[in-house]
Design a protein around this ligand. Structure first.
Ligand SMILES: [Cu+2]
Length: 477
């Protein structure tokens, strides 16, 4: 008899969870899987809503397409010309940025592409990115943290012929699971703290104590850190290895075995976890091993309360409980040995180098790039169309950051702190940079130029970005 597919919402609660489930009364701990949107035209409506996140009062949220928290997953095909219609049904301005996508600056959804209340913004672009996991989120200057904290965001899965030819798990919601990780602080009336730096309640796809049933075979987890500041030092509860198959902007050449994966805000990794030797009915978890994180890693601070405190800080905690169920009929049982063949830009191709410094005027002052706070009227960098550039980002001694640049995917070529972690050896658009560290990456600025519309580079710690740690560059023909 063929094993039947695992239902999307099917959750088997083991006995260890039953007391928790009883406490939570009507609150579901089943991992929520965002609805799927595919095709070439995507309609998104951002509006206020609410969700039962914890027992008691509903939590007020922002979400796309009435999902309650977060938004639908957009499935795009490389090579397609896509059109999006984003309607702002909030009571404040917003923007929607396509994080990681290579497209014209005017279509990018940065702070300049403001969508006023009641208006619809309709960007169009050709999907040029490799198959990987990208995401969309508000990028309105000074309110990014608030809008993201309230839940506005969503995944973009880009598909291409290289990825499609591989025997990889890709049954959405069954063995191919999107995971947006972000803690939130809830007030006594269950309302989200929109200026809070670290949350006390771990939310995975907007669900507290999230639990998922996964089949006993290789499963693919597409993980996004959608925090304000917290980093996740991810691992599996029983200490097993797992394989990284994709970084921010594409497949890696070969699966990379790791036991820990550090993710800072904005980063994505796709991993394969082998559950084929797990007994049906057994349980394990994806866990943040954040106990002992050095100072400078977001959430490594020891305080449990106060401005930089959280119950989750410097602690190990589950981000997803996994119950193993019977395998599906076409489950993946073998790890592919080769995934793709990436051609990264190299030092010999570099036509220009520049340095960007993360600066500050001492603890408690806003972070800036090169001493200048973000100004929408200032172009901070000029890049020539077609240039291959080496950017060196230097950090101050105050705190770690999560550097992100729009338009391009890049290759990290050096870290002054030592070796580049094995899992960072793929296409990246965001990386963690620690205190007093220098990181150099190489990128080619191709295809799109404008004398008018800039791209952004910024810290993806949303409160740092809102505080002014953001700059603009023009790619000029
Ligand atoms: Cu920062």
């Amino acid at each position: 008899m063929k094993a039947s597919g695992v239902g999307l919402g099917a959750v088997i609660l083991p006995s260890i969870l039953s007391s928790q489930a009883a406490d939570a009364a009507s609150v579901s701990t089943a991992l929520w899987i965002p609805p799927k949107l595919s095709g070439k035209v995507f309609n998104l409506k951002l509006s206020k809503g609410s969700k039962q996140i914890v027992p008691g009062a509903l939590t007020n949220t922002y979400s796309y397409n009435g999902t309650g928290f977060w938004g639908p997953t957009l499935f795009m095909n490389k090579g397609d010309n896509v059109a999006l219609n984003v309607t702002n049904n909030l009571t404040e301005s917003t923007t929607t940025h396509w994080h990681g996508m290579h497209l014209p600056a005017e279509m990018d959804g940065g702070p300049m592409q403001e969508i006023k209340v009641g208006k619809t913004w309709s960007p169009k672009f050709k999907v040029m990115n490799n198959a990987a996991t990208y995401w969309y989120h508000p990028h309105m200057h000074k309110t990014t943290q608030k809008q993201l904290a309230l839940g506005a965001g969503g995944f973009i899965f880009v598909q291409d012929s290289i990825e499609a030819a591989l025997a990889l798990p890709r049954t959405y919601g069954v063995d191919d699971i999107p995971l947006a990780l972000g803690s939130r602080t809830l007030s006594s009336s269950n309302q989200i703290g929109t200026t809070t730096i670290y949350g006390d309640t771990m939310l995975t796809n907007g669900v507290a104590n999230a639990t998922v049933s996964l089949p006993a075979q290789y499963v693919r987890l597409r993980i996004l850190n959608m925090e304000s500041e917290r980093v996740y030092n991810l691992g599996i509860s029983d200490g097993r290895s797992f394989h990284v198959i994709a970084t921010d902007g594409g497949l890696v050449n070969k699966p990379i075995a790791v036991k820990r994966l550090l993710m800072s805000p904005g980063e994505r990794y796709e991993i394969l976890v082998d559950l084929s030797n797990n007994k049906v009915g057994s349980a394990l978890s994806l866990k943040a091993f954040n106990k002992g994180l050095a100072f400078g890693y977001g959430g490594g601070e020891p305080a449990q309360a106060g401005q930089f405190g959280s119950l989750l800080n410097n602690n190990d905690f589950d981000v997803l409980k996994i119950n193993v169920v019977k395998p599906t009929s076409k489950g993946i049982a073998t790890l592919p040995t080769v995934l793709t063949k990436n051609a990264f830009p190299t030092q010999t191709q570099v036509t220009n180098s520049r340095t960007v410094a993360i600066t500050d005027k001492g603890p408690g002052t806003p972070f800036t790039f090169d001493g200048k706070s973000y100004d929408m009227g200032t172009i901070n960098q000029h890049v020539k169309l077609g240039a291959t550039e080496a950017w060196t980002i230097t950090n101050d001694e105050i705190f770690g950051h999560s550097f992100h640049i729009h338009d391009v995917q890049f290759k990290i070529v050096s870290r002054s702190s030592g070796a580049i972690p094995v899992y960072e050896q793929g296409w990246k658009d965001t990386f963690s940079i620690q205190r007093n560290e220098k990181v150099t990456f190489i990128a080619k600025f191709d295809d799109y130029s404008s004398s008018e519309w800039p791209f952004m580079y910024h810290c993806h710690m949303a409160n740092h970005e809102d505080g002014g740690l953001m700059g603009q560059f023009l790619v000029e023909a």
